[in-house]
Design a protein around this ligand. Structure first.
Ligand code: 13P
Ligand code: ZN
Length: 279
């Protein structure tokens, strides 16, 4: 037995590799964190090493005191996670004040958690609160079609939500609350972490202009599926805009959206209705 035989570690590694295979993780692009269940911590504990020092995060989230997270390492390549997990990923414990982490497994060779750990941590704090503890996964990727959209659409939740909902029929069912947008900011710090977590109070998806996407969810499949759905819709949007040279002959109407919501039993965010239809 090794920690690599534990199911949650295998599932985490599979998700990293699936993201790599999609082309969303050039070089060290993107990062993934998972808030472990108590029983998963106990399954992994026999393999924990002597803990490293506590490192201040610059942010805090008291509802996450004492939690354990699996995280990708800063500067580590998603394509290497499956080949060399011990150097590419690790487990960190959060202290009682919920403002510092320490490494308890992995991240060998002096590696550190992702530079976006403050954003992940604050997003976990907020999403855990608004989902009554259901949210466990925060996933950041660099999907190219979604990034391309941030150069041509106004950077608002309304514009992005409507464009994505109307580019593939099942999108409103997958993200009925819509998507939030964070304007361009310097990545890797506490400022972008705070801005993203504010957006994540309302949405489980946050666009980072000219950079990428953050998705959150209760498990690996749902969160990966959310990223995949948003990116595929963005791809269709870009195909339509480029092949039609900006002209759209017909689209999914607001009434169509309402009909989908009724059929699938979801409540769509009403803020995003009411724009004149394209003729
Ligand atoms: P890390 O290698 O530190 O995870 O950074 C990658 C990234 O995508 C930054 O936004
Ligand atoms: Zn990034």
């Amino acid at each position: 037995m090794s920690i690599l035989d534990v199911k949650v570690i295998q599932d985490y590694i599979r998700m990293c590799n699936d993201g790599w295979l999609q082309g969303w993780h050039e070089r060290n692009g993107g990062n993934l964190t998972y808030r472990m269940k108590p029983e998963e911590v106990e399954e992994c504990r026999p393999y924990f090493q002597k803990p490293g020092p506590w490192i201040d995060m610059g942010v805090s989230g008291i509802n996450l005191a004492g939690e354990y997270f699996i995280t990708t390492g800063s500067g580590k390549f998603f394509r290497n996670v499956i080949l060399d997990p011990e150097h590419s990923i690790g487990i960190v414990e959060i202290n009682d004040r919920a403002d510092s982490w320490r490494i308890v497994w992995g991240l060998e060779g002096n590696a550190k958690p992702t530079s976006e750990f403050p954003s992940h941590f604050m997003n976990h704090s907020v999403r855990s609160k608004v989902t009554n503890g259901k949210c466990r996964v925060i996933y950041h990727a660099h999907p190219p079609n979604l990034i391309a959209m941030t150069y041509i659409l106004p950077l608002s939740a309304r514009e992005f939500t409507r464009a994505l909902w109307k580019s593939a029929t099942e999108c409103p069912v997958v993200f009925p609350d819509g998507v939030g947008v964070v304007p361009w900011m310097v990545p890797g710090g506490t400022e972008i972490a705070r801005a993203t977590s504010q957006v994540m109070e309302k949405y489980d998806v946050a666009v980072w202009a000219h950079h990428g996407l953050f998705c959150s969810g209760p498990d690996f499949d749902t969160t990966f599926g959310l990223m995949h759905t948003v990116e595929k819709s963005a791809q269709i949007y870009n195909l339509v805009m480029s092949s039609g040279q900006g002209r759209v002959r017909q689209t999914i109407t607001d009434d169509n959206l309402r009909a989908i919501a009724e059929e699938f039993g979801v409540t769509l965010n009403e803020e995003f209705f009411g724009e004149p239809e394209i003729d």
